[in-house]
Design a protein around this ligand. Structure first.
Ligand code: C2E
Ligand code: MG
Ligand code: MG
Ligand code: MG
Length: 280
């Protein structure tokens, strides 16, 4: 089933593959309804400097809960939104909401952390992406340096010339660019050095077996070495236990994110758990 094939597989959702009344069409109308009724929500997952334990930022993750309380995973609805083009409107909604949340916390005098927002391949294939995003931030009164854009290697490789032009424009505008799910995509090691990136997010695939498997440790250490030699800081994703966390720290990984350090939570919970100390 296409839905189970995971993200970055929007090609499987070609409309000709689907008959009316299929899950794809149902998801499309659920997304339309969620946009109309403003019923998406955002969760925030903390990121910490592994050397000091300080909060360095939060990844913004989109959530959709159906009327009956069932959560719909972004891993299943984002690919549908990409294939229908709804991702453009959804991406804009996420960015505006994220900006408003930053302003709420700024107004309360809380730590001025940046947010990491996911940008899809479809958004990256629009020539006016940088102009559009700058316009939104200006309208919302938030500086570009507060938003880090997470973009997968696969999204960049899909239309490399346009993607790189977009990334350059975004960086020139002041956004940071982080390569998401690094190591699992289709980009060659040769092209990664040409990406106008601020840093890399080590995919959780490389973190998963760290505690049990010597080979996994060698692979992770090599990727961290490569990143260091290219001058990229690294955020490790999917840290689920203390052993993984300690290994990554000892291998010089800069920042960590994962259930062991903090689950994605709603804004109030994030504020209570991580920002309650006030400004720092
Ligand atoms: P991603 O950008 O790689 O986000 C990280 C995913 O890993 C999130 O899943 C997060 O909840 C999950 N995660 C975090 N820590 C752990 C851990 O320790 N263990 C495990 N097993 N998982 C962990 P989520 O929220 O379900 O999102 C899945 C994907 O959906 C994201 O992957 C991203 O590609 C996409 N996505 C989510 N929100 C947005 C959005 O606003 N826009 C776009 N374009 N894509 C989004
Ligand atoms: Mg991400
Ligand atoms: Mg990721
Ligand atoms: Mg990942």
């Amino acid at each position: 089933r296409a839905e189970q094939a995971g993200r970055n597989r929007y090609a499987l959702y070609e409309s000709s593959w689907e008959a009316p009344g299929t899950p794809h069409l149902r998801t499309e109308s659920l997304l339309q309804e969620a946009l109309r009724q403003d019923s998406f929500t955002l969760h925030f997952q903390p990121q910490f400097a592994l050397a000091t334990g300080h909060l360095t930022g939060a990844e913004v993750l989109l959530r959709l809960t159906l009327g009956d309380g069932t959560p719909l995973s972004p891993a299943s609805f984002i690919p549908v939104a990409e294939s229908t083009g709804q991702i453009i409107e959804i991406g804009e909604w996420v960015l505006r909401r994220a900006c408003r949340q930053l302003r709420v916390w700024d107004a309360l005098g809380l730590a001025r952390i940046p947010f990491a927002v996911n940008v899809s391949a479809i958004e990256l294939s629009q020539a006016d992406l940088s102009t559009r995003l700058q316009f939104i931030l200006e309208q919302e009164g938030v500086g570009m340096e507060r938003l880090h854009l997470e973009i997968t290697e696969t999204a960049i490789a899909r239309n490399e010339a346009l993607a790189i032009a977009n990334l350059k424009a975004l960086r020139a505008a002041g956004f940071e660019i982080w390569i998401d799910d690094f190591g699992t995509g289709y980009s060659s090691l040769k092209s990664i050095k040409n990406y106008p990136a601020s840093g890399l997010k080590l995919d959780r695939e490389f973190v998963k077996d760290l505690s049990e498997d010597q080979a996994a440790r060698v692979v992770a250490a090599s990727i961290l070495d490569l990143a260091r030699n290219l001058g990229y800081p690294v955020v490790a994703e999917g840290i689920e236990n203390a052993v993984q966390c300690a290994l990554l720290r000892s291998q010089g990984c800069d920042i960590g994110q994962g259930f062991h350090l903090g689950h994605p939570v709603d804004a109030l919970e994030f504020q209570r758990l991580y920002l309650s100390g006030g400004a720092n």
